[in-house]
Design a protein around this ligand. Structure first.
Ligand SMILES: [Zn+2]
Length: 112
């Protein structure tokens, strides 16, 4: 019963990122979720507990290898074509805007 109520509540409130943009702390959001949560049987209501507090920061875990492997999926012919035309391939991570450049020699193994 409690879980069903909690699930309904989560669906009903605004998305987490909107609440946070509006200046709501995670603790306030948790309070909001637990607000009027009492069920017929109060023993079903589980109290939440803050176990740890950490600062939230944005970090992208992209790396050159990931883009390299992505490029390989284009296939030999396409890769060769781009390298012949452009001389190099530049990719950009759409999350953090980091750029990764690849040259012909990076594909020597594959394009021989
Ligand atoms: Zn990135």
């Amino acid at each position: 019963e409690f879980i069903t109520k909690l699930e309904r509540k989560i669906e009903a409130i605004r998305p987490m990122n909107e609440l946070m943009k509006g200046g709501m702390s995670l603790e306030k959001i948790a309070n909001l979720l637990y607000d009027d949560m009492d069920t017929e049987d109060d023993s079903l209501v589980e109290e939440y507990q803050i176990l740890e507090e950490k600062e939230v920061k944005y970090e992208c875990d992209c790396n050159s290898d990931r883009f390299y492997r992505g490029l390989l999926t284009l296939g030999k012919e396409e890769l060769q074509k781009i390298l012949d035309e452009e001389g190099e391939i530049e990719t950009e991570c759409q999350f953090c805007n980091k750029k990764y450049k690849f040259e012909k020699k990076d594909f020597d193994e594959i394009l021989k």
